[in-house]
Design a protein around this ligand. Structure first.
Ligand code: AOF
Ligand code: ZN
Length: 367
């Protein structure tokens, strides 16, 4: 998906905000659970400083931007405009507040993409700037800024991870042949995408039947350069299986201890090395309990890879944000019907081998 598709005429403020996004995205995979943030300092139409938040725990974008200004131009800082895609922070976290830094540098104008939903900030950074007499403008390229940090925003605003549904379906609309025999219906090239998607999310989830019949590893075997995952605090993705009656045998790949594994079930709570069994309440929604547990453990995103029943649970509950569907050229004639997407807007599509990959966004009705 081309976040930086430039297909309209931009104002100067929007152009500098694009530059913030270009800078911010360079940290993809390294800053979670923090958002991706870029900052640009502009003096009379010239960029005199640029920076981005490069890793969790490291300096924020504003700090790196101000430090990048050459000594010969530092006297211009107090006459420049600072652009940043997220509201400057107002809290003492791993670093001191950026809002104070901006005030200390007497920057007269700050242009912000979005208000920070993080409870410690949430408008306090903007208030701090305004109290000090800084002219503040909020909401420039808000939609694009929100898209870049959609996992972070969903996590803080909806108190659950960002949910991506993924499946491959045959040309005639089936997920698998009738007898459930293991069969690759998608083109081999699509595997590189799927492994990349796994690398990008904090957790990968499947239902018991998929774990049992397909015996997947649910890891990323192609994209070693991408820290796995981009959105988790734990440093590694968690693989999750919803296995209510503990039917998946201990010899299956998901129990190989190679990565943290959570088995949601109705029978027991225990831990063995990297594997955790999490007991669910029988009379409450399984999907909601899984998401609540993931939220409590700071996982900002989750990719659901099947099977049909598990995908349907997420769809029926309306608890999904994005769907990535691989339309295969294979014909099956009969089998397990693919899920039906509702309230979905096509965002992008591209060919992959003999298949076509479509990206959809969940469009929620305005209440
Ligand atoms: C900014 N500029 O570049 C970023 C911000 O753990 P800490 O102390 O780094 O704080 C993380 C929080 O700070 C994060 O949740 C978000 O609210 C904000 N991130 N703020 O002013 C930045 N990355
Ligand atoms: Zn900050």
């Amino acid at each position: 998906m081309d976040l930086l598709k430039v297909d309209q005429v931009f104002s100067d403020d929007e152009r500098y905000m694009w530059r913030c996004l270009e800078l911010a995205i360079q940290a993809a995979g390294r800053v979670a659970p923090n958002p991706m943030v870029g900052a640009v300092l502009v003096y009379q139409g010239c960029i005199i400083g640029e920076g981005y938040h490069q890793q969790s725990g490291g300096p924020h974008a504003e700090v790196n931007c101000l430090q990048s200004v050459p000594a010969s131009q530092r006297h211009l800082i107090s006459q420049s405009t600072l652009y940043v895609n997220l509201e400057p922070c107002a809290h003492y976290g791993k670093t001191p507040p950026c809002a104070d830094l901006i005030v200390a540098h007497r920057i007269p104008r700050v242009v912000i993409g979005q208000v920070d939903p993080f409870p410690a900030v949430q408008g306090r950074g903007i208030a701090r700037l305004q109290q000090a007499g800084v002219q503040v403008q909020v909401g420039v390229l808000e939609k694009q800024c929100g898209w870049l940090n959609r996992r972070f925003f969903t996590f803080h605003q909806h108190h659950r991870p960002y949910v991506i549904l993924k499946w491959a379906q045959s040309r005639d609309g089936y997920l698998a042949p009738p007898n459930r025999q293991r069969m690759e219906i998608s083109h081999p090239y699509t595997r590189y995408w799927v492994h990349r998607w796994r690398a990008e999310e904090a957790a990968i989830l499947v239902g018991a039947r998929t774990a049992l019949h397909d015996n997947p590893r649910l890891n990323n075997r192609y994209w070693y350069a991408i820290a796995q995952p981009s959105a988790s605090d734990t440093g590694r993705s968690v693989r999750m299986v919803i296995d209510p009656h503990l039917q998946v045998p201990g010899t299956h790949h998901i129990f190989d201890q190679s990565m943290p594994t959570w088995i949601f079930n109705f029978l027991e709570s225990r831990q063995e090395g990297n594997t955790h069994w999490i007991r669910l309440q029988p009379n409450a929604s399984v999907v909601e309990q899984v998401l609540a547990y993931a939220y409590a453990n700071q996982l900002q995103s989750l990719i659901v890879e099947g099977g049909a029943a598990t995908l349907k649970h997420f769809l029926d509950a309306g608890l999904w944000d994005e769907a990535r569907v691989i339309y295969s050229s294979t014909l099956l004639g009969d089998g397990l019907p693919a899920p039906v997407l509702q309230h979905a807007q096509l965002l992008d599509e591209m060919p992959c081998g003999t298949d076509r990959i479509c990206w959809y966004q969940h469009v929620r009705s305005q209440k």
